[in-house]
Design a protein. Structure first.
Length: 272
């Protein structure tokens, strides 16, 4: 009975400790829909990496353009997040078949592969709208230099048409773009972190900024996740590791108590 009571207490404590860790596996607060209702969502898109429109996770950005334009947005993603980019293209009433493509690049402008989602789709003649989606791999806190793993920092989204009839070139279109993330948690944690996120903040300097008396520098991106960038060392993996250690110790104590016997010497019957 004593062993059963000890094990029950340990399991209850483990469940209470795991509560916050399980809660962390839900979608991040930065991806909530309420953040898109503050009226600050952008209504235009950039035309290059340098002029990409900054978009917070959870916001729905809109932009109008012409068929054939390159539309760019940028957003911030931190370690442990799995971003999903969704785009909707509203096409003109009359058009021929068109193929649109959604590309995502990291802070080093390396194209990131989609884990799943239709990033390239073809709209048949007369189709009113087209939906595209790209779910990236989980952002890692650290990676080898030769790897192409997604790392914390700024990410760029490019939306454009890649195949169309010349008669459709220049027709007006309207687009919507939204970025959400799921917090994966300790299952994606690694032993390491970047010195700085891949945010291009000092890539370009004007002549006046090269002066030693100047303390400011050109910033190509000023966005960051809610609460700032993570330190890279803490994750709920530490909680589960501690729970596993406690359960292993209790299992060892229970096994010893069950196998050591009553502790009384066995009575040997007298010889006849």
């Amino acid at each position: 009975m004593r062993i059963t009571r000890v094990l029950s207490t340990a399991l209850l404590m483990a469940g209470l400790a795991a509560g916050p860790a399980v809660a962390d596996s839900s979608p991040s607060a930065s991806a909530s829909a309420s953040s898109s209702d503050d009226g600050s969502a952008p209504t235009q898109a950039g035309t290059s990496f340098r002029t990409a429109t900054e978009l917070d996770q959870g916001q729905t950005g809109t932009a109008s353009g012409s068929t054939g334009d390159y539309l760019y947005w940028s957003f911030a993603a931190d370690a442990g997040q799995r971003p999903t980019v969704k785009a909707t293209v509203k096409l003109p009433d009359t058009h021929a078949g068109q193929t649109w493509q959604l590309d995502v690049y990291d802070g080093l402008r390396r194209r990131q592969a989609c884990q799943y989602g239709a990033a390239t789709r073809t709209a048949a003649q007369g189709t009113a709208s087209l939906d595209l989606a790209c779910t990236l791999r989980t952002v890692r806190a650290w990676s080898e230099q030769w790897a192409n793993d997604p790392l914390p920092g700024t990410y760029y989204v490019r939306l454009t048409v890649v195949d169309l009839q010349s008669s459709d070139l220049g027709q007006p279109v309207s687009t919507e773009l939204r970025v959400d993330s799921k917090d994966i948690g300790g299952s994606a944690a690694v032993d390491g972190s970047l010195a700085e996120p891949l945010t291009p903040g000092i890539a370009v300097k004007s002549a006046s900024e090269d002066d030693s008396s100047s303390t400011t520098s050109a910033a190509l991106s000023s966005i960051e996740p809610d609460g700032g960038w993570s330190s890279g060392w803490w994750s709920d993996r530490w909680v589960w590791t501690g729970i596993g250690g406690v359960l292993a110790a209790l299992a060892g104590i229970g096994g010893y108590a069950l196998t050591r016997g009553s502790g009384r010497p066995r009575r040997v019957p007298p010889a006849m």
